[in-house]
Write a protein of this length. Structure first.
Ligand SMILES: [Zn+2]
Length: 403
């Protein structure tokens, strides 16, 4: 196999390098057999990358240009352009078509770890490809990373979805970003998203997505603790001496952002009995002490959302109530979300200070926490497609709930 060389940069992982070159992860491992022993990368190390092959598609009986575009995730015009030698009036079974490289067809790639860098690049590229998307920064993390949001649709009902409040649940950022891209494409192509007419949803809903509420924490989980980190000594202590952060849920000050909201915050603190920075469950010195939680609350007040949905992992459950503050439609909506996704709607007690708890108590409107997927956090990327399959239907159903 022909290869090129690549010099490892800070933050690189094997999967991120595969994504950068648009090659598959197994094909990258095949030319770097040393990773089978130890996949850790060293900055400045030289690795090999296979030359990407053109992607081809064999036309099957019954295929149309439109169905091939939909199946492969290409734009119809891009597909015509690459195959300008093929007569558009008909396709022959068994004929080869060229597809855009994995690189160019889809912006949000689920083959690699998804951190703050990937998020900001993807948002920039999405807003170029789909100019009707609006990207806005609603605040900054403790370490000064932008808290990025995305707006799609122009309807009167204001829905809000968010993700990666818990650092090691970063796969929720990818679920939300994949949905944003698929929804934008479906709207432009006048097609379906999660079985629903995208243009109809677009006309009745304005959706505000905050894909990554805790970018500092996500970076720690994905890349581990580096000596150059401004809180290196503290984080090492709070993480019991380990530089690996796979179990870390908190922000970079060891505060669990989903225990930060002013909804019986003291009850949650007394229940948890965690009195200082920790990988999880420490609610901070006071409600909204952390800029990530404060920014989300301020933005929620400004936008006056009609309903919110907070994405977490894992358990395939939907929580929809809070201390009898939820409106009557909440249970019905939860049932419909459960039907659409195959998840269970669960009535929860004995939990406070979460974002959806605060939202329900503050506005008396529907608020949900969805625990996506099944397994041990962080959920592995290998399961992404099957998790997304349920979640895309849940998201589309949510957007279709309000009349
Ligand atoms: Zn969580």
């Amino acid at each position: 196999m022909n290869t090129v060389t690549y010099t490892v940069c800070p933050g690189d992982t094997p999967r991120r390098i595969a994504r950068l070159f648009g090659v598959s992860y197994p094909s990258l491992v095949a030319v770097n057999p040393q990773w089978e022993e130890d996949p850790a990368l060293i900055d400045g190390e030289i690795v090999y990358v296979p030359m990407p092959m053109p992607r081809l598609y064999v036309v099957r009986q019954g295929d149309t240009w439109e169905s091939i575009a939909a199946q492969t995730g290409c734009g119809l015009e891009q597909l015509w352009e690459l195959n300008s030698h093929v007569y558009k009036g008909y396709l022959t079974t068994g004929q080869w078509l060229e597809l855009p490289s994995a690189h160019s067809s889809r912006i949000v790639a689920s083959e690699a770890e998804y951190g703050p860098q990937e998020l900001s690049q993807d948002l920039a590229r999405l807003s170029v490809r789909y100019p009707f998307l609006k990207v806005e920064t609603i605040g900054q993390s403790v370490l000064g990373k932008p808290l990025l949001t995305l707006q799609i649709g122009e309807g009167p009902f204001r829905w809000h979805f968010n993700g990666a409040c818990h650092a090691n649940e970063w796969i929720t950022s990818l679920l939300l970003m994949r949905f944003a891209e698929d929804y934008a494409r479906a709207y432009r192509n006048r097609s379906l998203i999660g079985g629903k007419d995208a243009a109809k949803l677009f006309g009745k809903i304005t959706l505000y997505i905050a894909p990554m509420l805790n970018p500092d924490g996500v970076e720690l989980v994905l890349e581990g603790l580096k000596p150059a980190h401004p809180l290196f000594k503290e984080l090492l202590l709070w993480n019991r001496g380990s530089t690996r952060f796979g179990s870390w849920k908190a922000n970079t000050r060891g505060v669990d952002l989903n225990d930060q909201f002013p909804a019986h915050w003291e009850d949650e603190r007394d229940r948890r009995q965690i009195n200082g920075p920790a990988p999880r469950d420490y609610g901070g010195p006071a409600p909204l002490s952390e800029p990530e939680a404060r920014s989300l609350v301020d933005w929620t007040e400004r936008k006056d959302f009609h309903a919110v949905l907070a994405m977490h992992t894992q358990g395939e459950e939907i929580y929809w109530n809070y201390r009898d503050n939820e409106p009557p439609e909440a249970a019905v909506w939860a049932g419909r979300l459960a039907n659409a996704s195959g998840y269970r709607a669960v009535r929860l007690t004995g939990s406070d200070a979460g974002y959806k708890d605060w939202f329900i108590q503050r506005f008396k409107r529907p608020g949900f926490t969805v625990e996506a997927g099944w397994g041990h956090n962080p959920l592995p990327l290998e399961g992404f497609a099957s998790i997304y399959d349920g979640v895309v239907k849940l998201f589309a159903e949510a957007l279709d709930l309000s009349e």
